[in-house]
Structure formats: C-alpha cells, structure tokens
Design a protein around this ligand. Structure first.
Ligand SMILES: [Zn+2]
Length: 80
C-alpha cells in the first residue's frame, strides 16, 4: 500500500513512477481516500497545465517569428 510520502513523490516527480497497472491503481486508490494528497495532485496538475498554456500562448504570439526561424534553418540545411 502506498503512503502519503510515496504518493506525493510520485505526484511531484516528472517521470512516470507508475510502471504497471497495479501501481497506478494504488496511486489513484490512495488519492480517492486521502483528501490532502488529492488536493496536492490537483494543485500540481493545474500548475503543469498552466505552464503548458503559457507555452501555447507564447507559441501563438510568436508564430510568425518561429516560422521565420524554421525557414532560416531549412535554408541553411539546404545550402549544406
Ligand atoms: Zn495521502
């Protein structure tokens, strides 16, 4: 059985610790019975989504610029 320490480590770590279905089931089972871990999980998840949204906005705002960089790179590769 997973405890809070283990679960919170898994939540905050970027790599996937839940290598199999049993691990995953234990992880979500713990979240379902433990409100503090559930809150922590939601918090981290929204933080990660927030970062992703910021990145998406950045890409959107700089789309033209990024395209130009891409074209430059392609040109350079073609010249080689
Ligand atoms: Zn817990």
């Amino acid at each position: 059985m997973k405890d809070c320490k283990k679960v919170s480590e898994e939540i905050s770590s970027d790599k996937n610790c839940q290598t199999n279905l049993l691990e995953k089931a234990q992880f979500y089972f713990h979240l379902s019975i433990c409100p503090p871990c559930r809150r922590y999980f939601k918090h981290i998840k929204s933080l990660k989504n927030g970062v992703q949204n910021i990145f998406k906005e950045f890409v959107k705002e700089n789309e033209g610029h990024i395209k130009k960089i891409e074209e430059d790179v392609i040109q350079k590769i073609k010249k080689q």
